[in-house]
Design a binder for this molecule. Structure first.
Ligand code: SIN
Length: 311
């Protein structure tokens, strides 16, 4: 095997692959499946202050080239994940990331204060990009609001942390977002991208939308968003100073994981393919990525990270 290890926010991962928050991570039983898998790490479902049922079903549907979802942040409430993180065996297990998605700045502050008081070695990823909570626009698209949130949360967290971003589609937006992120030294990584928000899948036979919430509008994931994800990874890899990028979007095999690293990713999360294939996906994609690296003569991720060639 090639060396697939990586370091995120100062924490060493035995390999670069783990779950995208939202898949295989809502309950302790789900998280145990991640622990037992060959992933290099695991991340919890984005927590809100209170437990949430989420949106009505059907709220996730696989499509021929990916998926659509409008889960609406179903989760057990932050106290559940704090308890999980407190009881996690950091010595013998892979590193743990915890995703927080407060419905207000005040909720994020309260959750972060609780995690800080517990003084745990888990890494926080703040989710600025859930497209599926009716009446709550994605903070990642509100540059002033996101800057204000970071100005409160970054000093509060003190240590290295990350943020989960929505996809951006305009060079000016990459520039503005990066100029905000570069102001915060302890913002250690950005995770690009969350689902492409508010797509619409329609069944031609029934002439009906395919998911129930929001009249069928939901976040697109899987292979169909690969190129948007790669663009966001590379745009932030080029613009961010002393920060890392975690790539997510469109990974179905070792080939797409390789492309994410080539674009600049230091780790790669898997969402739709994990949901469809189960945790065995990590062993398969590790092997496929290693085979590609060996065939190309690369021994470690550093040998090709961010080295995509331009014409
Ligand atoms: C959801 O729960 O709706 C998905 C989470 C996300 O997109 O951040």
């Amino acid at each position: 095997m090639a060396d697939l290890s990586t370091t995120i926010a100062g924490v060493k991962l035995p390999n670069l692959l783990f779950n995208a928050s939202g898949v295989c991570c809502q309950t302790k039983e789900d998280l145990q499946k991640m622990v037992d898998s060959e992933s290099g790490s695991l991340i919890t479902k984005s927590a809100t202050f209170e437990r949430r049922e989420g949106n009505p079903s059907p709220r996730y549907v696989p499509l021929s080239n990916g998926s659509i979802n409008s889960m609406g942040l179903p989760n057990e409430g932050y106290a559940y994940y704090l308890d999980y993180a407190k009881n996690y065996d950091y010595q013998s297990n892979k590193p743990l990331f915890v995703s927080l998605s407060g419905l207000s700045l005040e909720d994020n502050v309260k959750m972060i204060e609780a995690f800080k008081a517990a003084n745990l070695p888990c890494v926080l990823e703040i989710n600025y990009s859930c497209p599926n909570v009716p009446g709550k626009p994605q903070l990642g698209y509100d540059f002033e609001g996101m800057d204000h949130s970071l100005s409160v949360l970054a000093p509060l967290i003190e240590g290295p942390f990350g943020i989960k971003l929505p996809p951006y589609f305009d060079i000016a937006h990459f520039d503005i977002a990066a100029s905000i992120f570069n102001k915060y030294d302890n913002l250690a990584f950005v995770t690009c991208v969350n689902s492409v928000g508010n797509g619409l899948a329609i069944d031609i036979d029934t002439e009906q939308v395919m998911i129930k919430p929001k009249d069928g509008f939901g976040g697109l994931g899987g292979f169909m968003i690969l190129n948007t994800a790669l663009a966001n990874v590379n745009a932030f890899y080029r613009r961010l100073k002393n920060k890392q990028v975690i790539g997510v979007g469109g990974v179905t095999s070792g080939k797409e994981a390789f492309l994410h690293v080539l674009a600049g990713a230091s780790a790669v999360q898997i969402g739709t393919t994990l949901r469809e294939e189960g945790p065995g996906v990590f062993a398969r994609i590790k092997k496929e990525l290693s085979d590609i690296m060996i065939a190309k003569g690369y021994k470690s991720l550093d040998d090709f990270r961010g080295k995509v060639k331009t014409l």
